[in-house]
Write a protein that binds this ligand. Structure first.
Ligand code: PMP
Length: 406
C-alpha cells in the first residue's frame, strides 16, 4: 500500500464524476488519452479569455504575453526532460508528427543499402513513417523480434547491428502491452556502431520521467494528451547536433530567416521546425499539465499505478480462460487480455453499457497481434486517478460480459 491520496487527486478531474449509460464512469482507457485536471482546463480558459494572440511576430502586449507564456512552457518541458538546451525542444502536434519530422528529414541523410532498425512492439506511427523513408531512399528496414512475454529479443538486436545501421527507433514503453523496454542498453549498443536512436516516449512519459541527457538519446517524442494535457500538441526532443543536420520538415512562416525567390534561408532552432502558427494554447496547457503532474510527483504516480496494476492482475487472472498478453517484470499499468475465444470488441461493448471504458482491437500495433495470432485484445490502462473500487466494478463487468457471451 502506497497510501496515495487518490480521493484528493480525483477532485481535480471534473469528468470523473460524470455518468455513462446511467453508471458512474470508470475510465480505463488512459493509454489512449488521459483525462484533464481543472488546473489545465483553467489554463486553457485563461488563455482564450485574456491573452489569445499570435506569437513571435507581434509588438503588441497580448502577442508578447502569449509569446512569453509559450516560451515559458518550452522551458518547463526542457527542465522536465532535462534537455541541455531549450532549442532542442521542438513543439509538434504530437508523437506522430514528431516521428514523421525525423523520418522525413533522414531521407537526406541516409543512402540506399544502409539499414534502420525497428522493434516488433511498435505503434504504427513508429513503423509507417520509416517504411516510407525506406521506399524513398532504398534503405533497409530490420526488425528486432519479440519474446512470448512481450519483451524484446536483445540477442537478436545485437545480431542486427552493424556498421550499416544508421538509426534505431523503438518505443520506451509499448502501448499494446505496457512493456518497458531496456532503452539504456539499446542506446548504448546502437551508439556502439555509430547509429542514432529515436525513442517513442508517448507511453512512457505519463509514468516515467525520462532524462534525455542521462539516457544519451538522440531523439525523444511525447504527446501531451497522454499526460493530462490537451490533444494536438506534443514535443520532439532532439540533440542539437542532429537537429542542425536534419533539413526542415515543412516550409512556411516562422521557419525562415530571409525569403527571396532566388533563395530562402532558414531560421535557427527551434523555429526551423516550427512552420506556421503553432498550437499556442496547447503548448501553454502542456506546460501546466507538467506542473500538475510534477506537483504530485512521478515516483508517487508510478508506485500507486503499480499498486493498481498488481491488484487488477491478480483479480483478472481469477477469471477462468483469461490470458494476459505482456507479462514482463518491467511494465506500466496496462493490461492487455482476452477470455477464451470471446471477441474483445464484444467484451468492450458490454462493459461500456456498465460505464466502463477500455480499448479493444489491435491498438495500432498489428505486428504484436500477429505475433500472438489474435485479432486484438481488451486493454485496460490505469492512471493515478483510478481506484481499486473502480477495478472491482471493472472485474464484475468483465465477468458479466463473459457470462453473457459464453
Ligand atoms: N506511439 C505510441 C507508443 C502511442 O501509444 C501513440 C498513441 N496511441 C502514438 C505513438 C501516437 O501518438 P499521437 O496519436 O498522439 O500522435
Amino acid at each position: 500500500e502506497t497510501g496515495f491520496d487518490v480521493e484528493t487527486v480525483r477532485k481535480d478531474f471534473p469528468i470523473l464524476s460524470r455518468k455513462v449509460n446511467g453508471y458512474p464512469l470508470v475510465y480505463f482507457d488512459n493509454a489512449a488519452t488521459s483525462q484533464t485536471p481543472q488546473q489545465v482546463i483553467d489554463t486553457i480558459v485563461d488563455y482564450y479569455s485574456r491573452y489569445n494572440a499570435n506569437i513571435h511576430r507581434g509588438v503588441h502586449s497580448l502577442s508578447q504575453e502569449a509569446t512569453d507564456a509559450y516560451e515559458q512552457a518550452r522551458l518547463k518541458i526542457r527542465k522536465h526532460f532535462n534537455a541541455a538546451k531549450s532549442h532542442e525542444i521542438i513543439f509538434t502536434a504530437g508523437t506522430t508528427h514528431a516521428i514523421n519530422l525525423v523520418a522525413s528529414g533522414f531521407s537526406a541523410l541516409i543512402k540506399e543499402g544502409e539499414e534502420v532498425i525497428v522493434s516488433a512492439l511498435e505503434h504504427h506511427s513508429n513503423i509507417v513513417p520509416w517504411q516510407m523513408l525506406c521506399e524513398k531512399t532504398g534503405a533497409v528496414l530490420k526488425v528486432i523480434p519479440m519474446n512470448d512475454n512481450g519483451t524484446l529479443n536483445m540477442n537478436e538486436f545485437q545480431n542486427l547491428l552493424s556498421e550499416k545501421t544508421k538509426l534505431v527507433f523503438v518505443n520506451h514503453v509499448s502501448n499494446a502491452l505496457g512493456t518497458v523496454n531496456p532503452v539504456k542498453e539499446i542506446i548504448e549498443k546502437a551508439h556502439g556502431v555509430g547509429a542514432a536512436v529515436l525513442l517513442d516516449g508517448a507511453q512512457a512519459a505519463p509514468h516515467i520521467k525520462a532524462d534525455v541527457q542521462e539516457l544519451d538519446v538522440d531523439f525523444y517524442t511525447v504527446s501531451a494528451h497522454k499526460m493530462c494535457g490537451p490533444t494536438g500538441v506534443g514535443v520532439l526532443y532532439g540533440k542539437e547536433e542532429w537537429l542542425k543536420k536534419l533539413p526542415p520538415y515543412q516550409g512556411g512562416g516562422e521557419m525562415i530567416s530571409t525569403v527571396t525567390f532566388e533563395k530562402t534561408t532558414y531560421a535557427d532552432l527551434p523555429h526551423k521546425f516550427e512552420a506556421g502558427t503553432p498550437n499556442i494554447c496547447g503548448g501553454i496547457a502542456f506546460g501546466a499539465a507538467l506542473d500538475y503532474m510534477n506537483g504530485i510527483g512521478f515516483e508517487k504516480i508510478a508506485a500507486y499505478e503499480h499498486e493498481l496494476l498488481d491488484y487488477a492482475t491478480v483479480k483478472l487472472l481469477e477469471i477462468e480462460g483469461l490470458r494476459i498478453y505482456g507479462t514482463s517484470e518491467e511494465k506500466t499499468a496496462v493490461i492487455s487480455f482476452n477470455i477464451g475465444d470471446l471477441h474483445p470488441y464484444d467484451i468492450g461493448t458490454i462493459i461500456d453499457k456498465l460505464g466502463v471504458a477500455v480499448r479493444t482491437g489491435h491498438h495500432c500495433a498489428q505486428p504484436v497481434m500477429d505475433y500472438y495470432k489474435i485479432p486484438g485484445t481488451v486493454r485496460a490502462s490505469f492512471a493515478f486517478y483510478n481506484t481499486k473500487e473502480e477495478i472491482d466494478i471493472f472485474i464484475e463487468a468483465v465477468k458479466r460480459a463473459k457470462n453473457m457471451l459464453s
